[in-house]
Structures are given as C-alpha cells and as structure tokens.
Design a protein. Structure first.
Length: 325
C-alpha cells in the first residue's frame, strides 16, 4: 500500500510538470522554423573585423500542442529513412510494452488471492511456459534487433558514410567554441587559407540542391553539431576532424543546436542555417569574398584558423595527425 501511494503521488507530480511545460511552451517559444525570421546581422564595410555575425531573438507565433511537439520537417534526401526507422522502433517497442503490461494486469487479476482461491505461483519451468518465453524472445529479437542491425549496416553505406565528391560539393569548416559556432568558406577561389576566405559566426548559409560537406573540429571542449531537420548529429572533438554531410531540398531558415552540455553558457550555443537558392548563394559568396579580401589583415590571427581539408576517404588517424595548418 505504501509503495502504491508513493507511485501514485510521483505519477501525479510528473503529470503536473508535463502539462505545465506543455501549456507554457507556446508562450516562450523561440524558434525560426515556424514562420519566424532570424535577425541576421550582415557585414558592413565600416566593420573593422572580417567576420559576419548572426544572432536571433525572434519568437514564432503560438502553436498548438501537437504542432509544437511534432517532429521537425525533413529537408534532406536521407532524413526520411532515419525517421522511419525511429518511428518503427518506437511503435514496435510500444506494442510489446502494451502486450506485456496487459498480460501482467490480466495475470494479476486472474491469479490473485481472493475468497475461495489461493494465489497461483509458478517459476516458469514448465514446457508451456518455456515455449511462450522463447516465442516472445524470438519475436522481440527478430522485429527489433535484426531490423536495427540491418539498418546499421545499410544506412551508413548508403548515405551516412557515402561522402559526396565533385565540383558541386560545398566545403565548409566548422569550429565550435565556448560559446559560438565559427564557419569558414573557401571563398570564390575555392581554396582554404587564402585572403578571400569567408568567416561567419553563428550563421551557416548553404545552397539548395547541392551536397554540403562539413569538417568539424572543436577549439576547446566537446560540442555536438545538430540540425534537427537532418535527423543527425556529430561530435565536435578537440584535435580530431569529424565529417558530416547533408543536402537541402527546400529553402528556409532553421536552427543549429549544440547537442552536448559544453559548460555554463551552453544555452548560448545556437546558430542559424539559411538555405538559399543557388543563384542567391553564388551572389552571397561573390559579395563576401570581395569583402573578405578588402578587409583581410595578415596580423589578425583570430580569424585565420583552419586546417588542410581532409580527403573524404582519409581514415580518421590521417585526418588527426597530418591535416594541421
């Protein structure tokens, strides 16, 4: 009885907290994916620093409960298979949970002690019990473990590790730090480490319809590069180059989050992804390459960060040891 009361009170407390969060969420929503527009502060020629900085405090309109807690929209060619796998495993485990919880409830009622009947005890050693247990074990193993194992073998080969190559690939370096995201583009000449390199802070601009290849290395602690609409995240580790790629099928403004608690100001680790039409992206690259060349200062070592671009087929050890600037 005491255990039941404790469980009941805990359930009531958890339910209250959940509904309070659900009701207060739309009042304090801060999202740019539902019609809001990020406040992007572009460079100007009076700015002494050769960097572009972005920030955002825009609040989206109030949304319903189902809209707020629905999955973010997909905008890549491979996010759908990842979400399908997640939905499948969630529903499968939920179905098995309902079956097991329902069976437990039925057994508690049928085999309970009551007037004229004693409680039924069993150790599950009979042939019938062993058959039921084996059948359930095989059902869970085949429907969950086998499916996840096949997906673990198929998906990395098909798109996760299938890094794009060719002149259409947009190459960008990413260096997170406490508490900002630094992005570097090779500029109009297509080479890193030159005067027209484009440096942005908390702003990642990419073209629609082209593969985006990112190489990531943290400046200080471990961060997590996460775009919810891509359904993938990758660690940013000090001294190690990690790779990440995606493509965008629609234009719009989206958020980039840090997936790991990286310190006291972790909440500041928010950047913005802006997907542009190809012509708009090329114009942006041309304009900012010219601006970066005009503002280039060889004495400003702060923005001259980077490394030699790691070949997509290079093993991790090579990327760590031999690709330093």
């Amino acid at each position: 009885m005491i255990a039941f009361r404790i469980t009941h009170r805990f359930f009531r407390l958890a339910t209250g907290v959940f509904f309070c969060a659900a009701l207060s969420g739309p009042l304090f929503a801060e999202d740019i994916t539902n019609g809001g527009e990020a406040l992007l502060h572009q460079q100007n020629f009076e700015n002494p620093s050769g960097q572009i900085h972005a920030y955002g405090k825009d609040k989206s309109p109030q949304t319903s409960f189902s809209e707020k807690y629905a999955s973010p929209e997909n905008f890549t060619t491979f996010s759908k298979p990842l979400e399908d796998l997640f939905v499948y495993t969630s529903w499968t485990t939920f179905i098995f949970f309902v079956i097991m919880a329902g069976a437990l409830g039925v057994f508690m009622v049928i085999y309970r002690q009551r007037p004229g009947h004693t409680a039924y005890y069993t150790h599950g050693t009979s042939s019938a019990n062993k058959g039921v247990r084996t059948t359930l074990d095989l059902a869970v193993f085949i429907s969950l473990d086998i499916v996840l194992m096949l997906a673990s073998w198929r998906d990395p080969r098909n798109f996760i590790w299938n890094y794009p190559d060719g002149p259409e690939v947009v190459k960008i370096m990413v260096m997170p730090q406490q508490w900002a995201w630094n992005f570097k583009y090779p500029g109009i000449d297509g080479k890193f480490g030159t005067e027209d390199d484009i440096d942005t802070i908390n702003e990642l601009r990419v073209p629609k319809g082209r593969p985006i290849s990112l190489q990531i290395k943290s400046k200080d602690v471990i961060h997590g590069f996460f775009i919810p609409q891509v359904r993938m995240q990758i660690d940013a580790i000090p001294g190690v180059i990690t790779k990440f790629w995606f493509d965008a099928t629609k234009t719009g403004n989206y958020e980039i989050a840090c997936y790991h608690h990286c310190g006291t100001a972790h909440y500041k680790m928010k950047a913005f992804l802006k997907v542009l039409e190809p012509n708009d992206y090329e114009s942006w690259i041309q304009e900012n390459s010219d601006w970066a060349r005009a503002k280039f200062d060889p004495e400003d070592k702060f923005i001259q960060w980077g490394w030699r671009w790691a070949p997509d087929n290079a093993p991790a050890k090579t990327a760590v040891n031999n690709l330093r600037r």
